[in-house]
Design a protein around this ligand. Structure first.
Ligand code: SAH
Length: 281
């Protein structure tokens, strides 16, 4: 998947219409299953059937283009508002969440490797007694693929096992989880408050696993300085355990919560994390 580095295509700027608009919907959803009169009756299989095929493919393209536009709009919204605003946005129209996730899955289908699978593998290599909180769980793929007890958290719940809330304010008890996961979910402008919430619910020596889109941590392209980000997380009461920049699409930053929080009382300086704006395909 290609992910746009600059913001020149963002809403409000002049855009040139593009020639090709491949689908952002799952491919099966754009197929026409109903047989037309012409298809049932071979005598009519001539230019009229080919023109109806042409118009259906035109319609499919238009639908895909609209779906892609909706996805990009919702995605940009989530990266440029607070978690509270995002919660209100989806509360007003929960269908937007499904639209977002259809587009998200389409984008992910172009990634050679999914960070959530790496985190699943990491968990499988450890004791299944570890309690996990998956902040911004999406379709709860993580919970579905491990034996651990997982608290899946997202803005909207389409599944009774998912806790729907803004993840800066979860119903989890303090010091109650062993692993807090943020897989491509540090979206809100107030992302630091999500990490503070994770710190609150993590037990001492608990793990904080972060996977984020690589360009958001690429200072040469307007991204944040990963060292500054890591320093801010450590000041909150963690030690850095792993920084993995080997994947083309995402970075992995793992931390361990300190046994004893030794705050120096200074305000933590969090770098701004730029939105991840997806390209039209
Ligand atoms: N972790 C999943 C989904 C990533 S998409 C995966 O790797 O596949 C990011 C998810 O974070 C979305 O489902 C979005 O709704 C959620 N999210 C973003 N901000 C949130 C917030 N403030 N509170 C709860 N969930 C949030």
């Amino acid at each position: 998947m290609k992910e746009e580095q600059s913001r020149k295509r963002r809403r409000g700027k002049h855009k040139k219409p593009q020639k090709t608009q491949p689908s952002l919907l799952p491919k099966h959803s754009t197929k026409l299953h109903k047989k037309t009169h012409q298809q049932k009756n071979p005598a009519h299989q001539s230019s009229s059937s080919s023109s109806s095929l042409k118009s259906s493919s035109f319609l499919d393209k238009m639908k895909a283009r609209l779906a892609g536009g909706h996805f990009r709009m919702i995605n940009e919204k989530l990266y440029t508002c607070t978690g509270k605003e995002a919660l209100d946005y989806f509360k007003e129209d929960p269908e937007l969440f499904d639209m977002y996730h259809a587009g998200y899955q389409e984008q992910m289908s172009h990634w050679p490797e999914l960070p959530v699978n790496i985190i699943i593998k990491w968990l499988k290599e450890r004791s299944s007694s570890l309690i996990v909180a998956d902040f911004g769980c999406g379709d709860a793929r993580l919970a579905k693929n491990v034996k651990n007890k997982v608290f899946s958290i997202d803005l909207v719940s389409n599944d009774p096992s998912v806790i729907s809330c803004d993840m800066s304010n979860t119903p989890l008890r303090p010091s109650s989880v062993d692993v807090a996961v943020f897989c491509l979910s540090l979206m809100g402008t107030n992302y630091a408050s999500y990490l503070k919430e994770a710190c609150r619910v993590l037990k001492p020596s608990g793990w904080l696993l972060i996977a984020e889109v690589k360009s958001r941590f690429d200072p040469n392209n307007g991204g944040a300085d990963p060292n500054m980000f890591s320093k801010a997380v450590c000041e909150m009461g963690f030690t850095s355990a792993l920084k993995d920049f080997s994947n083309k699409m995402f970075v992995l930053l793992y931390f361990k919560k300190k046994e004893n929080k030794s705050s120096n009382g200074r305000e933590i300086e969090w770098p701004e994390l730029k939105p991840c704006i997806y390209k039209r395909r």
